[in-house]
Design a protein around this ligand. Structure first.
Ligand code: AHG
Ligand code: MN
Ligand code: MN
Length: 340
């Protein structure tokens, strides 16, 4: 492969970048490229809705709960509709898993080769207070033959099988960051032109960092290992940073170095975050950027998913910090074994 081709100048549009990348794969049919463009289009629409949400009546609660029993916000529902519509109209996706829908969504495109898992709006609690929120997506190639509906087996593939993953952060600027397994690239949205431009080529995450991100309001429910690791972060003089939008916390730590944690707690034995459309996508990205992601004991991407909405603990970010967290948790497990 000619790596010079990948060294595109900053300022390249997302569409052009996707097209150039496709040229590196002579047998590519262009379907994945089209799928990424569909996601970018929906992201632009959702970005517009978010930007004006204070002006039109789409802030606040929708009045129902999703499959997780969490209150849906109006923007959760709007973002879900926008992404599903874009994926359905695009035609490359046979089946979607969404945080907002209990069952798999059959798009009716049985010829579609791909399955998408999506958290349409991440950081719901921050929607109404002008704090960064996001979208997370994960893409798999279906296993079942085309021409039929996608199956649960297509949807429940291990994270190592992802063909692409990414997120959109609706922040002080809106960015789309994605990987197709050949590095991570970030694109910043230019509002007046309506385009994403390559602004962060070849993102690599620092090997270590001085930021730890965890909801310490739950510390009463932390395991000994988690509590000990958080104490260690404080002893090291690390800064605590926690926005409460996974995408935003992850994005900051990806660029600056650090660790984000949503551990298993006594209240939530599998943590809170969802494996298929939160953990795996970010794990793929962080690994591609040179970082690490773990459930505290083993690699996130190797967990075998059992159900569409299952949860997993998450320790993600700079390799040295994630390994250190694993050390503290391993000590906890061996103590527990010794006391049996
Ligand atoms: P979502 O809005 O998609 O339900 O995700 C919320 C998640 C995640 O974004 C964030 O990191 C975490 O919930 C915060 O949870 P706590 O309030 O328990 O810290
Ligand atoms: Mn989320
Ligand atoms: Mn969500």
């Amino acid at each position: 492969m000619d790596h010079n081709k990948l060294a595109l100048p900053v300022g390249t549009t997302l569409d052009r970048f996707i097209m150039r990348k496709q040229e590196d794969f002579p047998y590519a049919t262009g379907e994945l490229s089209q799928l990424l463009r569909d996601i970018a289009l929906a992201a632009k629409i959702v970005n517009r809705e978010i930007n004006r949400s204070g002006l039109i009546d789409i802030a606040g609660a929708y009045g129902s709960q999703n499959i997780q029993g969490e209150d849906q916000q109006k923007l959760d529902v709007i973002a879900n509709i926008r992404f599903i519509r874009a994926l359905r109209n695009g035609g490359e996706v046979c089946t979607i898993i969404s945080e907002e829908d209990e069952d798999m969504i059959q798009t009716g495109n049985n010829q579609g080769k791909y399955v998408v898992a999506i958290d349409p709006l991440d950081g719901s609690s921050n929607i109404d207070v002008n704090v960064s929120i996001g979208t997370i997506f994960s893409i798999y190639r279906r296993i079942s033959p085309t021409g039929t509906e996608g199956t649960e087996q297509d949807c429940l593939q291990t994270g190592t099988h992802q063909v692409a993953a990414g997120y959109v952060i609706y922040g002080s600027s809106t960015m789309l960051v994605y990987t197709t397994g050949n590095g991570v690239n970030g694109f910043t949205y230019e509002n007046s032109l309506g385009e994403f431009f390559l602004s962060h080529p070849h993102i690599t995450t620092p090997k270590t960092g001085a930021i730890y991100s965890i909801n310490e309001g739950s510390s009463e429910y932390f395991s000994e290992g988690t509590a000990a690791f958080v104490a260690h972060c404080k002893q090291q003089g690390y800064s605590a940073r926690y926005i409460g939008s996974l995408v935003a916390d992850f994005h900051r730590n990806l660029l600056k170095g650090g660790i984000y944690m949503y551990p298993a707690t006594k209240k939530a034995p599998n943590g809170k975050l969802r494996l298929m459309y939160e953990c795996n996508a970010l794990a793929f990205i962080v690994e591609q950027a040179g970082g690490k992601s773990s459930n505290g004991r083993s690699r996130t991407l190797e967990q075998t998913p059992q159900s569409l909405h299952e949860r997993s603990p998450l320790f993600i970010g700079s390799t040295e910090l994630v390994e250190k967290a694993e050390e503290f948790l391993a000590a906890e497990y061996s103590d527990a074994l010794a006391s049996l």
